[in-house]
Design a protein around this ligand. Structure first.
Ligand SMILES: Nc1ncnc2c1ncn2[C@@H]1O[C@H](COP(=O)(O)OP(=O)(O)OP(=O)(O)O)[C@@H](O)[C@H]1O
Ligand SMILES: [Mg+2]
Length: 271
């Protein structure tokens, strides 16, 4: 049985157990001070304050959940070891499976390596949320670039967290699929690769089963991670997603929000 099939089987077992997950977003214990894994001086106090507690890779970097993101980082690096260009797409079958949470944590986890720059791009032009995770202004992002209002350099913002740079989605447009399918988008991706050699470029994206956006993006990326929400994503949704990703560089699945870990903290899990 392949690893993705194993993940699928485990997801179904959990879903059938109908384990009730505790309220989301409560993995930080009240009163526990935020501890960053970045070296002192590599992170601004504002960035640390503004970031969501869900970015455990930043706020609780020695927690079991943060360790899982480090494992995920290692697995991604291994899978993409032969790639000179590292554009990673994070997607999932449906809404709310944890794409943005995974993207934010993985990006911070990569930045903590302190090696190559990391770019986190919010390519979910429909329900953008990367800016919420980092507590930053969403204005002037990818949609402004794609509509020709601004250039690439103007939308790349330092995050205040090591060498992590963020591109927000900007103002949600009326035609997200067309924008992401455009020549300008292809130009944007090739420009990012050319301008940031060796960088890890992570794209957060909309769900696969709701729109063509992620498939369009998947065709331009070097690796794809499929986020499966434990106890919620149904096997048929995963199977349909795998069908859509056939022939594209799927490197693994992230098993998010795993109930047995929830009592301690919330976890991703990589297959
Ligand atoms: N590992 C996790 N631990 C705790 N909460 C989580 C986790 N993953 C996701 N959530 C919660 O689930 C909700 C959805 O997560 P997230 O925004 O990452 O999903 P998404 O797949 O990006 O959603 P959308 O399809 O709307 O873009 C958020 O409110 C977040 O708080
Ligand atoms: Mg999202």
């Amino acid at each position: 049985m392949g690893r993705i099939e194993e993940a699928l089987k485990k997801a179904e077992e959990l879903r059938l157990k109908k384990i009730e997950a505790p309220a989301r977003g409560k993995q930080n214990q009240a009163g526990r001070p935020a501890v960053s894994c970045q070296s002192p001086g590599d992170i601004s106090a504002t960035a640390l304050d503004n970031a969501s507690p869900l970015i455990v890779a930043l706020k609780e970097c020695h927690s079991p959940a943060a360790e899982e993101y480090k494992k995920l980082r290692t697995a991604v690096l291994k899978q993409m070891a032969g790639n000179t260009e590292k554009v990673l797409l994070i997607t999932s079958p449906e809404n709310g499976n944890g794409k943005s949470c995974t993207s934010a944590n993985l990006a911070v986890s990569f930045a903590a390596l302190g090696q190559e720059p990391v770019l986190l791009v919010d390519a979910d032009l429909r329900r953008p949320s990367v800016h919420k995770y980092f507590g930053i202004d969403p204005a002037n992002g990818l949609s402004e670039y794609l509509s020709g209002k601004t250039g690439t350099q103007e939308i790349i913002r330092p995050s205040g967290i090591g060498a992590l740079f963020i591109i927000t989605a900007g103002t949600p447009p009326k035609n997200p699929s067309e924008m992401l399918s455009s020549e300008r988008m292809r130009h944007f991706i090739s420009g990012l690769k050319a301008g940031h050699r060796g960088a890890m470029i992570i794209f957060d994206s909309p769900p696969l089963l709701n729109a063509v956006d992620s498939i369009v993006l998947a065709q331009q990326t070097d690796g794809i991670l499929l986020v499966i929400e434990a106890a919620r994503t149904r096997p048929d949704a995963v199977k349909r997603s795998l069908g859509l990703l056939k022939g594209l560089p799927l490197i693994g699945a992230v098993f998010n929000n795993v109930p047995e870990y929830l009592s301690k903290t919330l976890h991703p899990y990589y297959y």
